[in-house]
Design a protein around this ligand. Structure first.
Ligand SMILES: C[S@@+](CC[C@H](N)C(=O)[O-])C[C@H]1O[C@@H](n2cnc3c(N)ncnc32)[C@H](O)[C@@H]1O
Length: 252
């Protein structure tokens, strides 16, 4: 069993357009906090081959192509893609086994991204092992996931329980995202920090850098309602992961 739990992917074709509309808003946390921090942790992509697993509509990987990535591939189960610019491949497929996605067998990538998508892998350890084996020399995985504390706080508020009760709960729960489409129910498996870190170890990866990105000062003033969300629910975790035995101590 996947230690970090796995969330069901089936609702995504229905949820995709609501998600992208919410993400495109000028006050979305993806625009204000997540993408700028993801972009920074990714570094210069000039001349690199990049694979975005669970790429949404593909606009992030398209931007990386515009910034110099020579191969830019996005994979998503929803199939709800922008028109791919020249040089960008957007493929409908399952991130649970990237090597089995049409056109990807035998290919190598310098950067493999799991941006808020890793939780949907059928087996997180296996998905990361497959991705690790698709990395080129000196390649890394950039993985971001919601702070597990956020769900625990939300559930404690909803259920009148405590943070610890919900953080250490193991039963799946239904989750509706009011900003995306509150008619669509996602089934989520709770996970703890140790679940997440043990998944990386079990997949043969080490953490080179971690971030817990926050709103820039100007955005805090401009969008206080979003700062209130960050203050209440913390945001996301970001990890740069390298295969064990590779890489060296870089500046974090
Ligand atoms: C929260 S969105 C994140 C999208 C994008 N990575 C971003 O950062 O904006 C999660 C994405 O994972 C995709 N997804 C869910 N299950 C998947 C699966 N099994 N294989 C591939 N993509 C999946 C969804 O369709 C959705 O686009």
């Amino acid at each position: 069993m996947d230690e970090a739990g796995s969330d069901a992917s089936q609702p995504w074709p229905q949820l995709a357009s609501g998600f992208e509309q919410a993400r495109a808003r000028e006050d979305s946390l993806d625009r204000l906090v997540e993408w700028p921090a993801q972009r920074e942790l990714l570094g210069d992509v000039t001349g690199l081959a990049v694979l975005d697993a669970g790429c949404g509509n593909g606009s992030k990987v398209a931007q990386l192509a515009a910034e110099g990535a020579v191969e830019a591939v996005g994979v998503d189960i929803s199939g709800n893609f922008i028109e791919a610019p020249p040089g960008v491949e957007l493929v409908e497929g399952d991130l649970s086994d990237l090597a089995a996605v049409p056109g990807l067998a035998g290919r190598r990538f310098d950067r493999i991204l799991f941006l808020q998508s890793f939780g949907y892998a059928a087996d997180g350890v296996r998905a990361l092992q497959v991705a690790r084996d698709m990395l080129s020399e000196d390649g890394f995985i950039l993985l971001t996931r919601t702070q597990p504390v956020r769900y625990a706080i939300e559930r404690a508020e909803q259920n009148g329980t405590s943070l610890g009760q919900e953080y250490f709960a193991t039963e799946s729960f239904d989750y509706r995202h009011s900003n995306w489409d509150d008619r669509v129910t996602l089934t989520k498996r709770p996970y703890t920090m140790s679940d997440l870190l043990n998944t990386f170890s079990a997949a043969g990866l080490w953490i080179e850098a971690t971030r817990e990105p926050q709103m820039p000062a100007e955005a805090r003033v401009r969008y206080p309602h979003k700062q209130a969300v960050m203050d209440a629910y913390l945001g996301i975790l970001m990890f740069r992961l390298r295969p064990l035995g590779s890489g060296s101590a870089h500046t974090i």
